[in-house]
Unconditional design. Structure first.
Lengths: 315, 256
């Protein structure tokens, strides 16, 4: 019998929320589920995976992500176990790993899905930077889906028994694309693509130093800090903070846009946010047509007030 | 160095799009451009050529007749040759990678192949890695910094939370470029004039012996997503408006 394989990523010994979303989708599908982890302490995940029959624990892959070794290992796992479907979160890791695996096994791969039907084997994904939605049927012997974070439910139904842990040796292949070092980012920074709340700044922020104001608001909300292309191009913010067409696509439950006019190329990167708040001094700014709630005013006055009010409300 | 750049023609980023026949983008009136990430790849390729005497930069695209436009732009920016794999068919990424690989080989052995990390039409973000697999070359995509010396490419890619992977690959290799790698130049007037006279090498997928296999993905439909109803502007003095906003976020939107 065929199985759906779920590739999970962990942090501090727990399965990340975006990976749980992939697992929940697989468990709602028509065939049994197997989970694969490359985490060193991955065997410990078994206790939390009731209802999953098999946990593949890859050992010997090293403590640093090596794309060639990971891809070859997954390829072997898929071929040796007759896996037909693989799902994962659309994360930095799977964005690198899944195309490599798909190319190796000539799979159908749909990335960044916002809906997946594992019975009909079709998916919906945003295309043209979210200006359109494509419904795609996969048609290969092996098919792979990566799921946009914060779209799918993460609740995993209680099942019976814990999985059998199957140790899998990492593929013995050379790392031709060799990761020699991973340089950590700033401590405590919330990753935008998985953030539940994002505070973003645009040209209205005026300079780099003023982003500290947004960081303070973000700290109250445990939020990530983003920026519009205008703010990045003006060098107020780093490129890795850019939300929009040539930056990140984000999907938080709350997006607070401060001093952002709301050009289409920014909007397409954040429009699926559950609630959008706009703060801008220009009442004609297009962002007000797209925001759920707007305040027309000077962000340098509004943002500190908002921070203080949120501190009160959240305590 | 024998440098290749794979580029794709896409609708202008500012264009608003509509659908015809349930599964095609309406093309009439659309302006077409090089996919933005491909411009970073192109700029990196031209900079490499300028640094290494005797280098060539060959731009390659797969697409219909109108895609000639992006090759002319690439030539105007500084590419030295161009190859057009001309097809009206909807090819999946396996087939596109096979076409690109065959087109590269038709021009000799590559030292380095660059492409944008993702085309902003299908937004799949898989092509550089598929191409590398077809050509059996090492690859890294999402590259924001690169340095090529003595047959070795040292690149950086950003992962989560601002962390960066530093990667080394022996040449030949494939690199998927992203924003941050460089600032693409504008074509010069002289470049534009010169580009018009270059003869573009043309192939069909069949001429490159790319078999028409069963596609791995079938596009069933394209649709315009539903727009949210516009929200409301909260009036009042700043302090009152902020208080009301927090109340609405907590009690109405329930996101706090």
């Amino acid at each position: 019998m065929s199985r759906t394989l779920v590739f999970v990523e962990t942090q501090d010994g727990k399965i990340k929320k975006a990976s749980r979303e992939a697992l929940a989708l697989a468990l709602s599908g028509p065939v049994p589920v197997a989970v694969v982890t490359f985490a060193e302490d991955g065997a410990d995940l078994a206790a939390g995976l009731s209802g999953v029959p098999t946990l593949f624990h890859v050992t010997g892959a090293g403590d640093i992500y090596q794309p060639d070794i990971h891809a070859a290992t997954l390829e072997n796992l898929i071929r040796e176990n007759g896996i037909k479907t693989v799902v994962a979160a659309h994360s930095a890791r799977s964005r690198d790993l899944f195309p490599r695996v798909a190319a190796r096994v000539k799979a159908g791969l749909v990335t960044d899905c916002v809906a997946v039907n594992l019975e009909e084997m079709c998916a919906v994904k945003p295309v043209y930077s979210g200006k359109l939605l494509a419904r795609i049927k996969v048609n290969a012997g092996v098919n792979l889906f990566t799921l946009r974070p914060n779209v799918f439910p993460a609740e995993i139904p209680e099942g019976k028994g814990i999985p059998e842990v199957v140790a899998v040796s990492a593929a013995d292949v050379p790392a031709r694309c060799r990761v020699v070092e991973v340089a950590a980012g700033a401590a405590g920074r919330v990753d935008l693509t998985e953030a539940a709340v994002i505070v973003s700044g645009g040209r209205g922020i005026k300079n780099k130093e003023n982003f500290a104001l947004l960081q303070e608001l973000a700290d109250v909300l445990n939020a990530g800090v983003g920026a519009s292309r205008a703010a990045v191009d003006a060098e107020f913010a780093e490129y890795n903070m850019q939300v929009g067409q040539t930056g990140k696509v984000v999907n938080p439950k709350l997006y607070v846009a401060c001093g952002i006019s709301g050009a289409i190329q920014h909007f397409v990167g954040m429009k699926t946010s559950k609630v959008i708040v706009a703060i801008n001094k220009d009442p004609e700014a297009p962002i007000f047509k797209k925001a759920d709630y707007g305040i027309v005013g000077d962000l340098f006055e509004i943002v500190p007030l908002l921070k203080a009010e949120l501190e009160k409300a959240l305590n | 160095m024998n440098i290749f750049v794979c580029i794709k023609q896409v609708p202008d980023t500012e264009a608003s799009l509509s659908v015809e026949g349930g599964r095609k983008v309406r093309e009439s009136g659309l302006k077409w451009v090089i996919s933005p990430y491909d411009e970073y790849a192109l700029e990196a390729a031209i900079q490499l050529k300028e640094k290494t005497a005797g280098s060539t930069v060959t731009a390659i695209t797969v697409g219909p007749a109108r895609a000639d436009g992006v090759l002319r732009t690439a030539l105007a920016m500084g590419a030295t040759a161009a190859v057009h794999v001309e097809t009206d068919s909807e090819l999946d990424h396996h087939a596109i990678a096979a076409c690109l690989a065959a087109a590269v080989r038709s021009c000799g052995e590559p030292d380095i192949i660059l492409a944008g990390k993702q085309a902003i039409d299908v937004d799949a973000g898989v092509l550089p890695l598929f191409l590398a697999q077809v050509m059996d070359l090492p690859a890294a995509s999402g590259v924001i910094a690169m340095e090529v010396t003595d047959g070795l490419a040292k690149v950086e890619r950003e992962i989560e939370g601002g962390a960066r992977e530093r990667i080394e690959m022996a040449l030949p290799c494939v690199i998927g470029a992203t924003k941050g790698l460089n600032t693409p130049r504008y074509p010069s007037l002289m470049g534009i004039m010169k580009a018009k006279k270059v003869e573009v090498k043309k192939f069909t997928p069949a001429e490159l012996n790319v078999e028409s296999l069963e596609p791995a993905l079938l596009l069933e439909s394209l649709s315009v997503p539903e727009e949210k109803a516009p929200g409301r502007v909260i009036e009042g003095e700043p302090a009152d408006a902020v208080r009301e906003l927090v109340r609405l976020l907590r009690d109405e939107a329930k996101v706090l």
